[in-house]
Design a protein around this ligand. Structure first.
Ligand SMILES: Cc1cc2nc3c(=O)[nH]c(=O)nc-3n(C[C@H](O)[C@H](O)[C@H](O)COP(=O)(O)O)c2cc1C
Length: 209
């Protein structure tokens, strides 16, 4: 189905893990590949973002930072899939958020809808990193989408062939992206998004196990 330009949405996907075989990155790619035709997701790798240094924050910053900031500005919302490291946020993800947060209280993240998804091998699914990320984004004046939290525990058991294969979890995560786009429409004063019946996914009335 052809989607008119004014009904399209652009998402930015960020992974909280840099390793090649990352489950977080694989889940992000699975989400991207299963979005409805009105949504496109660009995944920007954070590998080359240097450590934040205010002395180097001139203009749009070092080249990888400028790319990140441009992508943040251009998107309708950000999807983050991240592991928990030592009960908190992976350092490079916090670092990227710090770059994208400047100038303080008026950076590209201001008013940006954010969907946080956390993963872990443990059954806790990175719940502590989820809470940390919410706290961090409250300082950047971003709009973390309220409602059900996407927390994926025992992640390895839900992956197959480099994809998120657990259908209930995939639908739950995709539905949460739909909720984020409702928030994006509110922020932008756009008409509420209408999802044609042909694109509708099964709704879960409770989070998957
Ligand atoms: C440095 C480090 C710290 C970790 N700390 C935690 C933790 O605090 N809680 C947890 O549930 N898992 C923890 N893990 C396990 C990760 O959640 C798990 O390895 C996850 O799959 C990594 O994500 P990735 O596959 O996207 O790289 C840690 C892993 C590493 C490498």
């Amino acid at each position: 189905m052809d989607v008119p330009q004014h009904q399209r949405f652009k998402l930015l996907g960020l992974s909280g893990s840099l390793r090649k075989a990352s489950n977080s990155s694989a889940i992000l790619r699975t989400l991207r590949d299963n979005l409805t035709p009105d949504i496109a997701m660009e995944i920007v790798a954070l590998d080359d973002i240097p450590p934040f240094n205010e002395d180097h924050d001139t203009g749009d910053g070092p080249a990888p930072v400028a790319t990140l900031r441009r992508a943040v500005r251009a998107c309708d919302g950000i999807v983050i899939v991240s592991p928990e490291y030592n009960h908190g946020i992976p350092g490079h993800l916090k670092n990227a958020i710090d770059w994208a947060s400047r100038p303080g209280y008026d950076g590209p993240l201001k008013n940006k809808p954010i969907k946080i998804m956390t993963i872990a091998s443990s059954p806790l699914g990175g719940a502590r990193a989820q809470a940390w990320l919410q706290e961090v984004f409250s300082s950047t004046l971003s709009r973390v989408v309220p409602g059900k939290q996407v927390i994926i525990g025992a992640v390895e058991s839900k992956m197959k062939d480099g994809k998120l294969a657990h259908e209930d979890t995939l639908i739950f995560a995709l539905n949460s992206i739909d909720e984020m786009l409702d928030e994006a429409c509110l922020v932008q004063g756009r008409a509420k998004r209408v999802i044609p019946d042909a694109w509708k996914r099964r709704k879960l009335d409770k989070p998957p196990r």
